[in-house]
Design a protein around this ligand. Structure first.
Ligand code: F0G
Length: 459
């Protein structure tokens, strides 16, 4: 058989120059940033894998939408287009627009959670858990155990463990659980999917107990691709059909549109129940904006409505997107670097706990590894370990996540295969010299969501 390569279903129309930095320059920049990659200036970064959030390249069709945005304060045509796209692709009839994902999480948490409630979820996301706790709720992790084991190759590490959920229902009672917060393609687990069977069973269990299922559908498209690859019966379905079916097993969702939806800013909450939507809109006008823009400009909503349709227009987009992540992941595996398996949807997660086993978790191995990689090559990743996990809201003790990871999140349609080669070469080199990396300690620790603004120094 002759080899038949495939490549991205797009070509490049415009380029943005990036800075090539020197090691001396990076040493200075890293110190100025307090060893926190969030505090680096982007001008000091060569290849930016901090996040896949809001960093995607829009298509020419989406850019054209910016020119056609309707900036009316009330009743914007672009909002109507957004509602139509959300209903068509996700299937929810009520759309509440927000400035980004956490705006939607805030509104949903305030509408549905009462103080003393428990909110089970398949692992936490930082801002999601913050808003659940801010509304007086208690987050309870009900993800399958395999999700906490980097080397487990379970095909659906994002699944909810229904026995854990049932135990929680038995313990606190269904009336103390307003909804299950189910994230598609779980970010903190390494971009790991839920199976359709699990979504279906979860919805059935919750429906029996009168508990809602609210998705974090931020990366539902990437989850759909994995279902197509791994779940019998879905190999011949399009990701468009699969996304719609995923959402059919839920009562609503919050979405950060800065990921799957391919825009640089925006988000929404969407539900079936008009009563929940009414309560959400009442809060929306106080916190986000009027119900027909919610913190987005008309042009943002126009681009977003096009991005939502574009992501599912054919399977070729998501295949190339996840194909690039797999390409990088396989290079690292080839270099012997321990990463979270299976390779995730939005990035490669290096097992910093394993790489830097000589650094105790209290000295932030993943933070230290991220700093070392930046120093080596100007590649910027992100800590997803004990710093991100923060402290318990009641005891003040550090959460101690089993996963101590450095995330290399890949923006959509932005970097080439050669960029991925450069990233892999740097990380493999740092891995070879891992014994020389030292741990870090705080010089400043913010009270909440500390990873964004914390500062460190070497121990
Ligand atoms: N839910 C998930 C699963 C996310 O990954 C994010 C953001 C949010 C909600 C919040 O959305 O940023 O639009 O307010 N994740 C980014 C990241 C920040 O880098 O993983 P937002």
């Amino acid at each position: 058989m002759t080899r038949r390569s495939w490549a991205e279903p797009w070509k490049i129309k415009m380029v943005e120059p990036i800075t090539m930095t020197t090691r001396a320059h990076r040493e200075q920049a890293l110190q100025a940033a307090g060893y926190n990659s969030f505090l680096l200036q982007s001008d000091d970064v060569y290849i930016d894998l901090l996040t896949d959030s809001g960093t995607s390249a829009m298509s020419d069709h989406m850019w054209a939408g910016l020119m056609e945005g309707d900036e009316a304060y009330a009743g914007s045509r672009s909002f109507r287009h957004l509602c139509e796209a959300v209903e068509e692709v996700y299937g929810y009839p009520e759309t509440i627009p927000t400035h980004q994902g956490r705006g939607a999480e805030h509104i949903m948490s305030q509408v549905l959670i009462s103080p003393g409630d428990s909110v089970p979820g398949n692992m936490y996301f930082t801002t999601t858990r913050f808003h659940q706790e801010y509304a007086g709720g208690r987050f309870v992790d009900v993800i399958v155990d395999e999700a906490h084991q980097p080397s487990s190759t379970h095909p659906f590490k994002g699944n909810v463990d229904l026995a854990k959920l049932q135990a929680l229902i038995d313990e606190v009672g269904a009336d103390k659980i307003p909804y299950v917060s189910a994230e598609t393609n779980v970010n903190m687990a390494g971009g790991q999917p839920m199976s359709m069977a699990n979504l279906r069973d979860l919805y059935a269990l919750c429906s029996r107990h009168g508990i809602l299922v609210m998705l974090d559908a931020t990366r539902a498209l990437e989850n759909a691709w994995f279902i197509k690859q791994r779940e019998p019966g879905y190999e011949n379905k399009s990701v468009r059909e699969i996304v719609l079916e995923i959402c059919s097993y839920s009562d609503g969702a919050t979405v950060s549109s800065k990921k799957d939806n391919l825009v640089n800013i925006g988000g929404f909450m969407a539900v079936r129940d008009p009563e929940i939507a009414r309560k959400a809109r009442a809060l929306l006008v106080a916190f986000e904006g009027l119900q027909t823009y919610g913190g987005m400009a008309g042009r943002d909503m126009e681009a977003l409505s096009r991005g939502i349709r574009e992501m599912v227009a054919s399977d070729d987009h998501v295949r190339a997107r996840i194909g690039q992540v797999e390409y990088l992941g396989n290079l690292l595996i080839g270099g012997g670097v321990p990463i979270v398996l299976p390779i995730g949807g939005h990035g490669v997660f290096v097992d910093a706990g394993a790489v830097l086993s000589h650094i105790p978790q209290d000295e932030f191995p993943a933070q230290a590894l991220t700093a070392a990689v930046y120093l080596d090559s100007g590649v910027r990743g992100m800590e997803r370990g004990i710093v991100s996990a923060g402290r318990d809201a009641t005891t003040g003790e550090n959460h101690r996540p089993k996963l101590e990871l450095m995330r290399l999140a890949i923006p959509r349609r932005v970097y080439t295969q050669s960029h991925m080669d450069v990233v892999a070469e740097s990380i493999i080199e740092v891995y070879r010299q891992r014994e020389q990396i030292r741990g870090l300690r705080f010089t400043y620790e913010p009270p909440a969501l500390r990873f964004f603004q914390a500062r460190f120094e070497p121990v």
